[in-house]
Design a protein around this ligand. Structure first.
Ligand code: NDP
Length: 334
């Protein structure tokens, strides 16, 4: 479907009925005048599919704060108009978080009008589609790695485990850590993805239950660090087998928001739990993370771990991501 006028806007729109039922409709009858206020109008060339987008599109509570809403928690494209001196027409930009697709209209559209403060300059050479192949999930993986590095983690200290490894955050974390010289252990509930994960650089694959079945707060010390996208019993298991002084970056809850553990790993082994919030991350740290992603992410992530899909497929894909069936990253083109 092509748009007949540059003023015309196509968007996936979520509306909520009185009985709270949420409906997603692909609209091509909007114009840029229908977009909310903001300093910068961006032509969206790509967005992506994240776990949170799955929750939003299927009307699960806790993500979308108001309706009607255009979902899509990230986007990449080119500036069309700007009333902010930092941006001019033609500038390549990207945006993750800051509440787009939750409180403010997001990336599942051909255009978005946003606050200049939310934008990040797209690093040179990074196309909009490549930026969204990384997207919020990849940015979160980079933030997790940076938090572990700030804690003092180095490859010489030992293995690093990545949970939910076949998913978006997990795939990028495996690829990044491996490229940085770490020996990566990938934890997955999908043994059929072992070849994929090895291709991204995982040195060893372990089953999901190997961590989630650990019930004691202190197990044999094994990992120097961890990137955890799963939470729940899996994160408790990770904490129980971190080495003395090790750290886990907690960034997700695909397996649950609970944390059935005790203080023992913290007070007897001095391990650290590092919280990762990609939504409100300050601009300077974002800039640094994106520069590193554009330089350090190996090409295998793009060649093996990325699927491109049109906006019309989002609803079907939302069901798949919540069912844990999406491998790697999915780019959405409007
Ligand atoms: P994906 O669905 O792509 O990845 C999640 C992975 O977790 C799945 O692929 C699967 O991996 C594993 N998984 C799924 N369900 C379960 C389960 N019931 N028990 C154990 N493991 C499970 O999602 P994303 O990568 O986009 O996001 C991952 C998590 O990170 C989400 O919870 C998301 O909300 C969170 N997140 C947080 C951010 C932040 O700022 N803190 C930003 C971005 C994401 P496998 O099959 O390999 O086991």
């Amino acid at each position: 479907m092509t748009l007949s006028s540059p003023q015309q806007v196509r968007a996936l729109m979520l509306t909520q009925a009185e009985d709270k039922t949420v409906t997603a409709t692909l609209r091509d009858d909007l114009t840029v005048q229908d977009l909310p206020d903001g300093d910068v109008l961006v032509q969206v060339e790509a967005s992506s599919l994240n776990y949170k987008d799955g929750l939003a599109v299927l009307g699960r509570p806790g993500v979308v704060r108001r309706y009607p809403m255009v979902p899509g928690i990230d986007l990449a494209g080119t500036v069309v108009e700007s009333s902010d001196a930092r941006y001019a027409p033609g500038d390549p930009v990207l945006l993750t978080g800051w509440g787009i697709g939750e409180q403010f209209w997001g990336g599942y559209a051909t255009h978005a009008r946003v606050q200049a403060d939310w934008l990040t300059c797209r690093p040179e050479g990074l196309s909009a589609q490549d930026a969204m192949a990384i997207g919020t999930a990849g940015f979160t993986a980079m933030m997790s790695v940076m938090a572990l590095e700030d804690h003092g983690l180095t490859p010489e200290q030992g293995e690093v485990v990545v949970t939910g490894a076949s998913g978006g955050v997990g795939s990028v974390a495996v690829a990044l850590l491996s490229a940085l010289g770490y020996r990566v252990v990938a934890s997955t509930g999908r043994p059929q993805e072992a070849g994929y994960l090895q291709g991204l650089g995982a040195a060893q694959i372990i089953g999901r239950e190997e961590l989630s079945s650990l019930k004691r707060p202190l197990e044999k010390e094994r990992f120097a660090g961890a990137v955890d996208a799963v939470g729940g019993e899996t994160l408790a298991g990770v904490l129980s087998c971190l080495k003395r002084g090790g750290a886990a970056a907690a960034c997700g809850l695909a397996g649950g928001s609970g944390l059935p553990t005790t203080v023992l790993p913290f007070i007897l082994r001095g391990v650290a739990l590092l919280g990762i919030d990609s939504v409100m991350c300050p601009p300077e740290r974002r800039e640094r993370a994106w520069q590193r992603l554009s330089r350090e992410l190996p090409g295998t992530l793009y060649s093996e771990g990325v699927t491109v899909q049109p906006l019309a497929e989002v609803q079907r894909l939302a069901e798949q991501i919540l069912a844990g069936q999406i491998r790697g990253r999915t780019v959405i083109v409007p």
